[in-house]
Design a protein around this ligand. Structure first.
Ligand code: PMV
Length: 322
């Protein structure tokens, strides 16, 4: 009745931004991401028939505000009449700050719950349940390069290349450690309802997905950089043009973009992407990792820099309950 799991966040190179169906949390578009290795969420769940209530601890502190989403996700897996559960989530990077902590958390949660209850559930089924809690979480069930597509009223998600197939490095520049300005779900709805660019964003997404998939298959760094930067700026054009506008960036975010441009001007293979927060993620070839790290560390306003190779999907930890 107990199990421990680990999942890493993933960073979208072709982004999900907007929902076809809010209740089912079904995206309006497909997306392509890379799963990280050294940033993680570890999830420990213990079902206890004698306990009265569910409890959630995040980094050792009770987190009642986050409990309803966690409960809902567990209910989606277990159905009614389940025993109460204690969920302990530990994370080695800032949460709710645009670093995809919800992706790693819900991916890890479904893996741990299925193991604790000895449910045989396929990775795709687990991804669908995790995706109902957080759209991007579905991708963290898989490792390396991951594509999510919407087919009818369900998502289909799978790895399209392993981490070893193309050993890119992700360097994350933290420019602010507080929680993000607006949760992504609310911001997506606002964009869909008010941005004049939203329809075009959705219409052009298949072309970006094709371009990214081809670039990954060909290991064409320049082509991947071009489509990923353009896709990121299109997503942020939707948030900037929402009413009221949402600007997730801060001054240091822009300074990081400048640093990346300077690297590129020197021929360093690196490109940026930014999610629903002010952090800047820089993807580079392995040989450019040190130079990228140094450039971001020297960028004004950057408070911390983390680096990761690409990693595997969510998995059960053999250490059990700790
Ligand atoms: O999974 P959510 O609801 O936190 O939304 C993720 C949105 C982005 O991170 C901005 C893009 C993406 O595809 O991960």
């Amino acid at each position: 009745m107990r199990a421990s799991s680990q999942a890493q966040p993933n960073i979208a190179l072709v982004k999900y931004w907007g929902k076809r169906d809010v209740a089912g949390n079904l995206p309006d578009t497909g997306s392509i991401s890379v799963t990280l290795d050294s940033l993680w969420t570890r999830m420990h769940v213990a079902f206890d028939a004698a306990a009265r209530n569910d409890v959630l601890l995040v980094n050792g502190v009770e987190a009642p505000a986050m409990l309803p989403r966690v409960k809902q996700c567990i209910n989606d897996l277990c159905g009614p009449g389940r025993p109460s559960v204690v969920v302990r989530s530990d994370c080695n990077f800032p949460i709710a700050a645009g670093l995809a902590s919800s992706a790693s958390s819900f991916a890890a949660l479904v893996v741990a719950v299925c193991a604790a209850l000895d449910r045989k559930v396929s990775p795709l089924q687990m991804a669908r349940v995790a995706g109902r809690a957080s759209g991007s979480a579905a991708r963290s069930l898989f490792g390396g390069f991951v594509e999510l597509q919407v087919e009818g009223d369900a998502i289909v998600v799978d790895s399209i290349a392993t981490p070893e197939a193309w050993s890119l490095i992700v360097t994350v520049a933290i420019t602010e450690t507080g929680a993000k300005k607006m949760p992504s779900g609310a911001a997506m709805q606002l964009g869909k309802n008010t941005s004049p660019f939203y329809k075009e964003w959705v219409a052009r997404q298949p072309r970006d997905l094709d371009a990214a998939r081809e670039a990954i298959a060909a290991r064409d760094f320049g082509a991947l950089a071009a489509v990923a930067e353009s896709n990121c700026l299109k997503m942020h054009s939707v948030t900037w043009s929402s009413r009221p506008p949402i600007v997730y960036w801060n001054a240091a975010t822009l300074c990081c973009l400048e640093s990346v441009r300077r690297l590129q001007d020197r021929g360093v293979p690196a490109f940026f992407t930014i999610d629903a927060g002010p952090q800047v993620k820089v993807i580079s070839e392995r040989e450019a990792a040190d130079e990228t790290m140094a450039a971001l560390r020297a960028t004004p306003g950057v408070v911390d820099v983390m680096q990761s190779t690409l990693g595997s999907g969510a998995r059960l930890l053999d250490t059990g309950w700790q």
